[in-house]
Design a binder for this molecule. Structure first.
Ligand SMILES: C[S@@+](CC[C@H](N)C(=O)[O-])C[C@H]1O[C@@H](n2cnc3c(N)ncnc32)[C@H](O)[C@@H]1O
Length: 208
């Protein structure tokens, strides 16, 4: 899938996607609970690492901004979809001095050791070149936290749903994540299952 299709999909659905964060109870009822689980697990890992500056790749409407700001962690959120960036900027304004939002895709990450942790939630699902993205994140920060859908029925159903709109969805097994890490100079430091939705992976630099 070309980046344009992935960007366009979420640009068109920015408000609809952001609405899942309005009510955790309602979202859990319709099977979107893992959105909250992966947010909390990421914040937990970031806090445990004592991070002060996070790169949020594909930040969407900015659901990570508030919990990170509450812990004194600054966030730079990047996203190429203008409608998502508009929502992220509204959210960022609630946390003065703590959040910067930039309209750019992961393909433009060229920073080196500029952050403590690079996070990507709900992004690897749609990326055809995961090693390139993971490599860029691993250069930008010594720790990477990212969500990955697991193969299975849930993923098959998503493939049908998104496939109708030209969007690919990729599934990962734990061994795929270890191989992906090894190819980019990282190791899997921790793998947290997200119920049936997949995993939240914490990668660290090999030997680091
Ligand atoms: C499933 S949403 C997740 C948003 C947010 N991380 C969250 O957890 O709510 C995927 C996000 O990735 C963004 N995206 C699309 N193409 C991208 C790219 N090339 N680089 C970075 N983010 C991208 C979309 O615009 C969208 O905001």
């Amino acid at each position: 899938m070309s980046p344009a299709e992935f960007d366009g999909y979420f640009h068109d659905r920015a408000s609809r996607f952001a609405a899942f964060y309005r009510s955790e109870g309602l979202s859990r009822l319709i099977g979107r609970g893992p959105l909250f689980d992966r947010l909390r697990a990421s914040v937990d890992i970031v806090a445990g690492l004592g991070a002060t500056h996070v790169l949020d790749v594909g930040c969407g409407s900015g659901p990570l901004f508030a919990p990170l700001a509450a812990r004194g962690v600054r966030t730079t959120g990047i996203d190429p979809a203008p409608a998502m960036v508009a929502l992220a900027r509204i959210e960022a304004n609630k946390h003065p001095e703590m959040v910067t939002v930039q309209e750019r895709g992961w393909e433009a990450i060229d920073e080196e050791d500029a952050y403590d942790v690079a996070v990507a939630l709900g992004v690897f699902d749609y990326v055809d070149e995961p090693a390139v993205l993971l490599g860029a994140m691993g250069r930008a920060a010594p720790h990477v936290v990212a969500s990955f859908p697991a193969p299975g029925l849930r993923l098959q159903l998503r493939r049908v749903r998104y496939g109708a709109r030209g969007v690919h969805v990729h599934g990962y097994r734990p061994e795929d994540l270890r191989a992906l890490a090894a190819g980019t100079g990282l190791v899997v430091a921790e793998l947290r299952p997200l119920d049936r939705a997949g995993y939240l992976a914490h990668f660290a630099r090999a030997g680091g």
